[in-house]
Design a protein around this ligand. Structure first.
Ligand code: MAN
Length: 350
């Protein structure tokens, strides 16, 4: 519906797996995806998810996992009857679930918001401890005063939950462990307190009762979360019928908090939409787009590691201009510009 009003960067993809160097010898970068975005020291920064695996040998599937501070490579014969590998992202073997790639988070910066490079002297953020042995993914960055809150997906054999680290300088990080337990991801903290409280969106999953819905939570300190409320659900037979999840921090507008979110349908096509929350009480959803504001349509969004995906968890706001950074086909990092007024105009009031 709004697809024709989006200005995708002509430089897209702005980063591809071959543009960066693997974190260690023997690994290759399979995908670059889903960047968190922030401003720091006068530059635009992305914290990208870098998904790696060993170079694949014919007939064998191998993938890394973290163990006791090191890395272990698990290799399985492709024709092993106990292997289920019909999704390029996950592996089921002997009743256990694994990921085909191991993700870490990496910082890149830019003077113009289009051409990014990896600066010297900033650490890679790696999975640490028992809850992050399958990696860390899809980091949202919320800046409140001089502190950056990094909420990311922490994956391990125990499940998928939300991890938090905070920093002021992007060189040293305070680790707060898992702040929301499995199964949960897509956690975006609001960049302003409301009535003295922190707020965040997050996305638990439920197989039977309930579903993959967006929830709102409150916190006195940004670390301990309570008063959870379900605010956005999947919609039957629509583009967001199977799962929904928040993008980056909500955008303050005169009409309310505007949130860009992703929705997937039964065929695992990921599109973007938007909803609006009341400024004083974000548990009140005022409006939502009926149709997607962005649909995977270009070659780099349709063909890749996992095709037909546009997924965002990072953006910049400059007046009416929203620059959305997004993962395309789970393989490339891209950018696109939107008008906030146009997104607001596409909302249907509830
Ligand atoms: C899904 C996909 C994967 C991701 C896992 C764990 O299967 O989004 O890309 O690695 O969840 O978060």
């Amino acid at each position: 519906m709004m697809n024709e009003q989006i200005k995708r960067f002509s430089e897209n993809p702005i980063l591809s797996p071959m543009d960066l160097v693997p974190s260690r010898p023997g690994l290759e970068i399979a995908c670059l995806l889903n960047p968190g975005v922030f401003r720091f020291q006068g530059k635009v920064w992305m914290i990208i998810r870098v998904a790696e695996r060993p170079k694949q040998e014919p007939g064998i599937i191998s993938f890394p996992v973290l163990k006791d501070g090191g890395m272990e490579i698990i290799s399985i014969e492709e024709n092993d009857p106990e292997l289920i590998a019909d999704d390029p992202r996950v592996i089921r073997y002997k009743g256990m679930d694994y990921l085909t790639t191991l993700s870490h988070l990496r910082l890149v910066c830019s003077e113009d918001g289009v051409h990014f490079y990896q600066p010297e002297g900033f650490p890679l953020l790696l999975g640490e401890g028992k809850n992050e042995t399958f990696g860390i993914e899809d980091c949202r960055v919320a800046q409140i005063d001089d502190t950056y809150y990094l909420t990311y997906t922490a994956v391990s054999v125990h499940g998928v939950g939300v991890g938090l680290r905070t920093t002021k300088n992007w060189k040293t990080f305070e680790k707060h462990g898992m702040i929301i337990s499995p199964h949960n991801k897509d956690c975006a903290i609001f960049e302003e307190k409301i009535n003295g409280k922190f707020y965040a969106l997050h996305r638990p999953s439920s197989v039977d009762l309930g579903g993959n819905y967006i929830w709102l939570a409150e916190s006195p300190d940004g670390i301990h979360w309570g008063n959870h409320q379900c605010i956005i659900k999947t919609r039957k037979h629509q583009w967001d019928s199977k799962r929904v999840g928040a993008g980056a921090a909500p955008i303050r507008t005169a009409q309310g908090w505007l949130e860009i979110y992703h929705g997937a349908n039964e065929k695992h096509q990921y599109c973007l939409g938007a909803f609006l929350m009341d400024l004083a009480d974000p548990s009140k959803v005022l409006a939502q787009t009926e149709y997607p504001i962005m649909v995977p349509t270009t070659d780099y969004e349709i063909n890749g590691f996992f095709g037909e995906v546009v997924f965002t968890n990072g953006h910049l706001v400059n007046g009416d201009e929203l620059t959305l950074y997004y993962g395309a086909a789970d393989e490339f990092v891209c950018g696109a510009k939107f008008s906030i007024q146009e997104i607001l105009g596409a909302l249907k009031w509830l």
